[in-house]
Structures are given as C-alpha cells and as structure tokens.
Design a binder for this molecule. Structure first.
Ligand SMILES: *Cc1c(COP(=O)(O)O)cnc(C)c1O
Length: 360
C-alpha cells in the first residue's frame, strides 16, 4: 500500500483501500474481458450482473423486505428533498418534518412547494446541537409522513433510536446508512447519497415501499416519478454505472467484515475513543449534547478560532486531513464513517493530547 493520509473529510469520504484497488484494475480491464468497466454498456450482461449483485448485497446487509424496491438514482441526495413531496404530497396534503440541521432545513424548503408542512421540532435556536426525543414533538393524524435526518453530518448529531411514532417514516440516511442496524419495515422511504458511507459521488440509493410508487400525480415528470425507475430496475435511462459498481464492492467489503453488526461495533469503539479524548480535558468542547452525539461525525471546538486554525494546520502536516468544521459552525469535525480506519482515530487522539499539552 502506498503511504495514505488519514482522510477525515465529510464527503466524498475515505473508501476501503481494497475497493480502490479493485476499481483501479477493473476500470482498465474488467474481468479480463479486454474492455474497461466504465466502457461497458449498462445493458450488457456484465453490467446487469454488477447491478443485480449490488442490489442483492444491499438487501441482504440491510434486511430489506421483499415489498421494497432498491433504486439507484442521480441528482444527489438533495434531489430527494423535492422528489419525496412531489411524489407523495399535493394540494391540501400534510407532512411533518423535524428540523435538526442544514439538510433538514433544505428539505423543508422544498417540501413547502408541494404541501402543507408542519415543522414539529427544531433545534435551530441552539445551533442544532441536539435531536429530539419522541416525547418532545407530536405528529398530527392527517400527516402523510414524518421526515427526519438520522445523522446530521454538519452538526455531529444523530438519532440514537429511530422515532417511535404511529406514522410512515421517511429518512435521509446519507451519512449513517449501513453504520448500524435499521428496521427497514418501519420506513416508507430511506435514501442516501453514496459519497459518505457507500462509495463515490454520483449515485443516490433510494429504498421505497412498493405501495408508495402509485401515489404520484399525472403531472409529475417521468424522470421524477419513483415508479418510472422502479418499473425498469433503475435502467429507465443510463444509470450511474461506475458509482453503482463501487457501492457493490463496498457492500462486499462490509459483508466480509461481518456486515452491519460487525461494523457497528467498530464504529462504536472509534467514536468512544474520540469522545473520551474530547471529554478528558476542558481544552476541547464537543458541539453535540451527549445524548445526541453522532458516531459518524464528531464536531468539536477549541478555546479560540486561532487555536482551531493552528490545530487543523498542524494535524494536516502529520497526515490527519480534512478536520475543518463546516463553514456554518466553524470549529473542527472528524468524520469517521465505516471505512475510516481505527488507527487514524488513534493517531488523532494522540495528536489531540499533545496539542492540548503544548497549547493549553
Ligand atoms: C451530504 C448530505 C446531503 C447532500 O447530499 P448531495 O448528494 O450532495 O445532494 C444530504 N443529506 C445529508 C444528511 C448529507 O450528509
């Protein structure tokens, strides 16, 4: 393996090195067929097999029930912000949203174009440092669904449990899908951009319960109807072939690690190491309230913005890259998704102790 830096970027994010190697070989010559992976027709039997295997592994790892479709769409996770209400709402229809950060706020803005949106909870006035417990909000009976973001990538908060409400759940899982078990049967739609926890940018995974496919009005454009893509197994038009291939390889890597139970344990250990480093001194302050802490994105501050800038620069100089927090809250953020190696977290924790000693 060449010298690799530790990449704490929030997304596109670090991928398993073995997957990069496989992709590098296959791009040039796929399975010794004398043709490169990204030259294959999406209708070729080689690519159809890749797409089928990716679908099968996703279903197997996440336990997707048979009455759900797995779709590979384009337009980023952000296009789901409008596709969901465009397909499921309409004049007079209501939906409930939880405002726990930038990504939910953007989704709320789009949903308002298509229906009557109730924001049942917001942590905006405390700079999105927490997510609600079930008791802190209610969902009205007329609501078609409850929309929430399972992991708030920018603020480093995460729902420790999925909401337990008597309603259809719709979740943006862009930054924590495949990091912990999920009961898919509780959801109407789960979606995630690939570039945080699944692969490169360019494909959005949508898992949708089949009965929801028929809800869209006639006026919804063909490409924006879930049913269009479901009926053609995501081959209505040319799908993002290379990202789908990579997601398949990442799923295979995950399966070999023991699947979701295996990675969940590793994720818990990595996050515990980092949070205990933060909690062990007053020098570092975690952004999220303890009960809302994310195992994927750890956002923290130092005593001053000057020290934060120095910390980020010195860390980068020793191969700990991408620790700058999002511009909306500043500070530092370590994104430690599934593929982020434990040794990188250990190295960061050691660096943090030294930095606090030298500058505290
Ligand atoms: C990154 C992110 C998005 C946006 O994804 P795009 O693919 O860039 O549109 C949406 N939601 C969450 C939770 C994210 O982390």
């Amino acid at each position: 393996m060449p010298e690799r830096i530790y990449n704490f970027s929030p997304g596109p994010a670090t991928l398993p090195y073995s997957v990069l190697q496989e992709a590098a070989t296959d791009i040039v010559n796929y399975n010794d067929k004398g043709i490169g992976l990204i030259e294959l027709s999406h209708r070729s039997k080689e690519f159809m097999a890749i797409a089928d295997e990716t679908d099968r592994l996703i279903r197997q790892l996440l336990g997707v029930p048979d009455n759900y479709k797995v779709l590979f769409l384009q337009g980023g996770a952000s296009s789901q912000f409008f596709m969901i209400p465009m397909n499921l709402l309409g004049p007079g229809k209501k939906a409930t949203y939880l405002n726990t950060g930038t990504w939910s706020k953007k989704a709320i803005k789009e949903a308002k174009l298509f229906g009557d949106i109730e924001v049942a909870y917001s942590s905006e006035d405390q700079s999105f440092n927490r997510v609600p417990t079930d008791g802190e909000y209610s969902v009205s009976e007329q609501s078609e669904y409850l929309y929430f973001v399972t992991n708030n990538t920018i603020y480093g908060t995460q729902f420790p449990h999925m909401p337990d409400k008597d309603t259809l759940l719709i979740a943006d899982m862009s930054s924590d899908i495949f990091s912990r078990p999920v009961d898919v049967s509780k959801f109407g739609i789960i979606f995630a951009g690939a570039q945080k926890n699944m692969g490169p940018a360019g494909v959005t995974l949508v898992i949708i319960r089949e009965d929801l496919l028929d809800r869209a009005a006639e006026t919804v454009p063909t490409m924006l109807k879930y049913k269009t893509h479901a009926d053609k197994d995501s081959m209505f038009n040319t799908p993002p072939c290379f990202p789908i291939y990579c997601v398949g390889r990442v799923m295979n890597w995950l399966k070999e690690l023991g699947g979701i139970p295996g990675i969940e344990k590793i994720n818990q250990e990595k996050a515990a190491l980092l949070y205990s480093a933060i909690d062990s001194t007053d020098f570092y302050r975690g952004h999220a309230e303890k009960d809302s802490r994310s195992l994927m994105n750890v956002a923290f501050n130092l005593p001053t913005p000057e020290l934060e800038a120095q910390f980020i620069a010195e860390a980068a100089a020793v191969g700990l890259d991408g620790l700058k927090g999002h511009r909306s809250i500043g500070g530092c953020r370590a994104s430690i998704y599934n593929a982020f190696p434990r040794e990188g977290v250990e190295k960061l924790v050691d660096f943090m102790a030294d930095f606090a000693k030298n500058n505290g």
